[in-house]
Design a protein around this ligand. Structure first.
Ligand SMILES: *Cc1c(COP(=O)(O)O)cnc(C)c1O
Length: 368
């Protein structure tokens, strides 16, 4: 059969280990999953309530326009309803952007390491990928700008960057936008937006009118705790949205996801408490890494990329058999690191103790 030839050289996304799988493999009863940056505090009670009362509309197709959520979100962000697109997770919007703007003969610019789906989708569309190394986890916007040529269609900026956690400073972002050719689409992925300190956030609503070539991506999967429902959104000038809407499936987000996102958005208390708890736990975890002497990257998210004295894969294996699933940096393009989602307080304390044990074994020359 004649598939796109690039597909032969590519592999499907390899998800973090599933809890049940690890329990069985290692004979463990309790597993702490800190591998996918999910919200360890769950999700809004309002969403839980909705689920126990609404089982009647499963036979009806969802609203393909996502009208209720669209209206509420446009109001909240102070933008027009035609400046929004919804996706089955932000992942789908990344795919839609690739489908609409990338094809053989053009190229796309991104950081390295960064969120792997940008490259994955670009390769499927046949575009060339230009990867610009980060500096201490930060995007090198000077080099990224220099990499833009006449055939560049899309630049991907991830802020905070996954897997490093570093934000793009607002001044640097705006300087980049001023220089960037106006026919090059700039995608700013803000999956962890809610975790970023106020003064480091970019004011999108004002910028969407100004920059006709900007798409901002946000999600309900991370701070809102709805990763299992798959819903995210893109904010862009009204001229961009119709291009993406053409390639979008007609019913790409479910009724349940739309309703839950709306309720989650209205529950500011849950959101703020998740953010505050995350900040406090992250800080104390950072302190324990300091006392261990292990380095980590600046992070304005609910995860930390930690530099490790031995390979990330070895640390990953050690933690796995002790009931903790983290991400090895080896597979994320960041060798000798692990990426750890900030979990609940007691779990993080247990993890700290494991890391101290491990560090001791390493310094005594023992195998992890
Ligand atoms: C988690 C994540 C996403 C995907 O989020 P979904 O909305 O769940 O698809 C996109 N970008 C980055 C940087 C992420 O970390």
């Amino acid at each position: 059969m004649k598939s796109k030839s690039i597909l032969k050289d590519m592999t499907p996304y390899k998800p973090g280990k599933q809890i049940e799988e690890v329990k069985e493999e290692y004979g463990l009863t309790r597993i702490v999953k800190l591998a996918s940056n999910e919200n360890p505090f769950g999700f809004s009670d309002k969403v839980a309530e909705f689920f126990s009362n609404h089982q009647s509309m499963l036979n009806i197709y969802p609203d393909g326009y996502t009208a209720k959520l669209r209206k509420a979100l446009a109001e909240k962000l102070n933008i027009s309803e035609n400046q929004l697109i919804f996706g089955n997770g932000t992942d789908e919007i990344v795919q839609l952007i690739g489908r609409a703007y990338l094809y053989p003969g053009v190229n796309t610019v991104m950081a390295s390491p960064t969120f792997p789906q940008y490259k994955h989708n670009a390769l499927i569309e046949g575009a060339d990928v230009k990867e610009i190394p980060t500096i201490n986890g930060y995007h090198n916007l000077t080099e990224m700008f220099e990499a833009i040529d006449d055939n560049t269609n899309v630049v991907w900026l991830c802020s905070p960057n996954n897997p490093t956690g570093a934000v793009i400073p607002p001044d640097d972002f705006f300087t980049f936008m001023e220089k960037c050719p106006s026919d090059v689409l700039v995608v700013l992925d803000e999956a962890y937006f809610e975790y970023v300190e106020e003064e480091q956030r970019l004011n999108v609503s004002a910028n969407i009118e100004k920059y006709h070539n900007l798409v901002v991506l946000r999600t309900f999967s991370k701070a809102y705790g709805l990763a299992g429902l798959r819903i995210g959104y893109g904010i862009a000038h009204q001229a961009i949205i119709p291009r993406l809407d053409v390639v979008r499936g007609p019913f790409n987000t479910s009724t349940i996801a739309q309703e839950a996102a709306l309720l989650a958005m209205e529950d500011d208390e849950f959101l703020q408490s998740s953010i505050m708890r995350n900040r406090a736990i992250k800080k104390s975890f950072e302190k324990s890494l300091d006392s261990l002497g292990w380095g980590y990257f600046d992070s304005q998210t609910n995860f930390l990329l930690i530099s490790t004295p031995i390979s990330g894969d070895e640390i990953f294996q050690f933690l796995l058999k002790n009931g903790f699933i983290v991400r090895s940096g080896e597979g994320l393009g960041a060798p000798n690191t692990i990426r750890v989602t900030i979990g609940q307080e007691t779990d993080m304390q247990e993890l700290q103790e494991l890391l101290f044990t491990l560090d001791k074994r390493i310094s005594e020359g023992l195998a992890p």
